[in-house]
Design a protein around this ligand. Structure first.
Ligand SMILES: [Zn+2]
Length: 330
C-alpha cells in the first residue's frame, strides 16, 4: 500500500479514577494494612472472616475486628505467566486464595514464589509489606513462601509498623482511589488518515461532497445528507471565525491549562463544518461569536499526524464577522 493511503492507528486509553468510600469495616481493614497488620472480623456464628465485611453470609451483622496471620496457607492458586501492567508484580506470579492463621475464610492475593514449580496447594506463606504504606490493599505487596528469613522479615516489618503506629495520629482510612481504564486501538480510516497526515505538514484538508458541495472537516467517507462519497480533497485555511464557544471553569485531571480557559468551534475559511479547539491570547470573558482567529502551530520538530499539531487558536485582531456569515454553521 502506498504510504499516502496507509490507514493510521493509535493507542487510546479511556480512563477515570473514582474515589470510593470504604465504610467503617473495610476502612478499618485498610487502616490495619497501613500498620502492616492483617485483620478479619468475627461473625455472629463465631467464625473469622478475612477480608472483613459488614455482614456475614446469613445477613447478620459482623462484630469485633480480630488480628489474623501474619502467616497462612494457600488453599488454591493459578499461575500468571505474563503479568499485565495493572498486576501487583512485574514477573510471573500466582494468584492464590490464602487462609491466614486464625481465619476461617481465604483472601485472594498474589504469591511471589519465583517459579510455578515452587507453588503448591497447602504451602505456607507470609506477607511481604511495602515500605511506604497508605491504607491500600497494595500495602500488602504480596505473599512469599514461608522460610525462616521471610518469617523474620515479616515479623520485623510488623513490629516496626506497630511501634510507629503507637504514636500515630493519622486519620482513619475512609476513601481510596479506584482507577478504571479501557485500552483501545483506534483506527482512523482512509479519509481521517489523510487529514491527520496533512496536519503534520501544517495543512488542513477537508473533503467536498459533489452534490451539495459542502466541505466536511474532518473529511468523511460519505456525505450524511446526500449519501454519496464526499472524498474530493479540499485544502482549507488555518484561520477562520469562532461560531460558538464555552468557558471551562471547573478543573479536571486532563485539563490542558488551569481554568478558566476557552474552548471554541472555529469555522475555517473554506470549510462548512467547524472544528473544535482551544483559544488563547485573550481573557475568557472577551471571547465572542464572530471573532476572527488563526491557528498557532507547534514547532516543526513537534509536528505530527494529530490535531495537537495546532497548539491553539488566537485572535487575529480583525473586525468580527457578521452573524449572517456563521448562522448556517452553528
Ligand atoms: Zn452532500
Amino acid at each position: 500500500m502506498d504510504r499516502d493511503e496507509e490507514v493510521l492507528e493509535a493507542p487510546y486509553r479511556l480512563e477515570y479514577t473514582y474515589q470510593r468510600s470504604t465504610g467503617p469495616v473495610i476502612g478499618r481493614f485498610l487502616g490495619a494494612l497501613r500498620d502492616a497488620r492483617l485483620e478479619g472480623v468475627r461473625t455472629a456464628s463465631g467464625s473469622v472472616m478475612v477480608p472483613p465485611l459488614e455482614y456475614d453470609a446469613d445477613g447478620a451483622a459482623t462484630g469485633e475486628p480480630t488480628v489474623v496471620g501474619p502467616g497462612g496457607v494457600v488453599t488454591t492458586w493459578a499461575w500468571v505467566t505474563e503479568p499485565r501492567r495493572e498486576h501487583p508484580l512485574p514477573h510471573p506470579f500466582a494468584w492464590a486464595l490464602v487462609r491466614l492463621d486464625g481465619a476461617d475464610s481465604a483472601m485472594l492475593h498474589a504469591v511471589d514464589a519465583g517459579s510455578i514449580d515452587a507453588m503448591r496447594t497447602g504451602m505456607r506463606v507470609v506477607p511481604r509489606w511495602q515500605d511506604e504504606r497508605t491504607g491500600s490493599i497494595r500495602d500488602l505487596a504480596c505473599f512469599v513462601p514461608e522460610s525462616a528469613a521471610a518469617a523474620a522479615a515479616a515479623a520485623a516489618a510488623a513490629a516496626a509498623a506497630s511501634a510507629a503506629a503507637a504514636g500515630d495520629d493519622r486519620p482513619p482510612v475512609t476513601m481510596f482511589p479506584s482507577p478504571v481504564a479501557l485500552d483501545y486501538t483506534v483506527t482512523a480510516g482512509r479519509h481521517l488518515s489523510a487529514y491527520l497526515r496533512a496536519l503534520a505538514e501544517r495543512r488542513i484538508v477537508g473533503g467536498r461532497c459533489p452534490v451539495c458541495t459542502k466541505v466536511y472537516l474532518p473529511p468523511r467517507g460519505a456525505c450524511p445528507t446526500c449519501g454519496v462519497p464526499a472524498d474530493a480533497p479540499v485544502e482549507v485555511a488555518d484561520h477562520g471565525v469562532v461560531t460558538t464557544f464555552c468557558i471551562i471553569r471547573i478543573p479536571f485531571d486532563a485539563a490542558p491549562f488551569p481554568p478558566p480557559y476557552a474552548s471554541v468551534a472555529v469555522l475555517l475559511e473554506g470549510a462548512d463544518m467547524p472544528i473544535f479547539h482551544l483559544l488563547r491570547g485573550i481573557p475568557p470573558e472577551e471571547v465572542r461569536m464572530g471573532m476572527r482567529v488563526r491557528a498557532v502551530w507547534v514547532a516543526d520538530d513537534q509536528l505530527g499526524p494529530t490535531l495537537a499539531s495546532i497548539r491553539w487558536f488566537e485572535p487575529t485582531g480583525e473586525p468580527d464577522a457578521p452573524h449572517d456569515q456563521i448562522a448556517r454553521h452553528l
